[in-house]
Design a protein around this ligand. Structure first.
Ligand code: ASP
Length: 327
């Protein structure tokens, strides 16, 4: 029987890390070594492994993920049936969402990593790699966009968040839960998510977007500096359903006259409201001042969507159209 062909791309992360001469662990292994360490992969797929980067994931840049998206699209055009992207867990929720937006093909793209180093007792990398490959090789995973597979959970890119600094069970989808599980060696899907309209992978890296988390007593004095710093837009992680102190609302309104400003929430999950609270600094006040609701997207994901949407030089209406699908 012909095995599915999978493209493995390793970007680095703890899953590739071994003790470093300078102390601590650092990226060392490449995709080929990771694949060789899991002989069971040969029973799942024919794997071609490449290591475009060997970085800790905080040093990954969105533009590098745009390149990865292109490479995956080229791989699919060349006949690969699925792709597995291996990287550090710190930024998986961002990379997975970027790939979800950028890879147009319906073939599965799965992002995975590990919470424990490659030589740590109980290293979770090998099990995560095998589970990711099983999902990427599965026809059932087609049409679901990019998925994150860790600890046997299958998460949709739009929902997944890193929720713990240490545990192998660090990944959660607080809004909707995981959409499936890998059990007895096969993926089982309990929910299907529709694909959202994508953005082209050939349009270059996202424009710079500032991400601001609002806190009690913050008056917004930082906002006036943003246009002069070269930002093309801003995302505000506001309180609760989308609220800031009354005194900050006019400043956000002024900023929204100069660049698209998206209203997200600092709460772990749930949509930003649009028509419930009417006080100064409420979501009705802020949307009336031109802010764009992020819908259910986290601030991290909203920042990436806004940065990609603004690549063509678009402004307020382009940004609003991009977020309309996430309400
Ligand atoms: N700091 C590491 C990274 O993101 C964490 C990990 O991979 O789990 O590269």
């Amino acid at each position: 029987m012909t095995r599915p062909r999978l493209l493995f791309l390793s970007l680095g992360g703890t899953i590739t890390m071994l003790p470093d001469a300078g102390g601590g662990i650092a990226p060392k292994l490449g995709a080929a070594e990771l694949v060789a360490s899991v002989p069971e992969l040969a029973g799942v797929a024919e794997v071609e492994a490449h290591s475009p980067y060997r970085l800790p994931s905080p040093s990954l840049e969105p533009g590098q993920l745009v390149e990865v998206a292109k490479r995956i699209e080229d791989g699919f055009a060349a006949g690969f049936d699925g792709a597995v992207v291996i990287q550090g867990t710190d930024t998986i929720e961002e990379s997975a969402f970027l790939l979800d937006l950028l890879v147009a093909d319906d073939k599965p793209v799965v992002v995975t990593g590990a919470m424990r180093g490659a030589d740590a007792p109980g290293a979770d990398g090998p099990a995560n790699l095998l589970a990711a490959a099983r999902v990427a090789a599965s026809p059932e995973a087609r049409g679901l966009g990019t998925l994150a597979v860790l600890n046997y959970d299958i998460h949709a890119a739009r929902f997944v968040q890193k929720s713990h600094t240490a545990l192998p069970s660090a990944f959660a989808s607080p809004l909707a839960g995981p959409i499936g599980v890998v059990a007895e060696g096969r993926p089982r899907f309990y929910a299907r998510v529709p694909r959202m309209p994508g953005l082209p992978s050939y349009g270059g890296p996202p424009r710079p977007v500032a991400l601001l988390k609002w806190a009690m007593g913050e008056d917004g004095r930082l906002l006036g500096a943003l246009p002069g710093l070269g930002y093309a837009g801003a995302v505000v992680e506001a309180m609760g359903a989308g609220h800031v102190p009354a005194e900050a609302a006019p400043l956000l309104g002024e900023l929204a006259l100069r660049m698209p400003v998206v209203l997200a929430t600092r709460a772990m999950a749930g949509p930003v409201f649009t028509r419930t609270y009417g006080y100064a600094g409420s979501e009705i006040d802020l949307l009336g001042r031109g802010l764009i609701p992020a819908g259910f997207l986290s601030g991290l994901k909203a920042r990436l969507l806004l940065g990609l949407a603004l690549r063509g030089g678009g402004g307020q209406s382009t940004a609003a159209a991009a977020f309309a699908n996430y309400r």
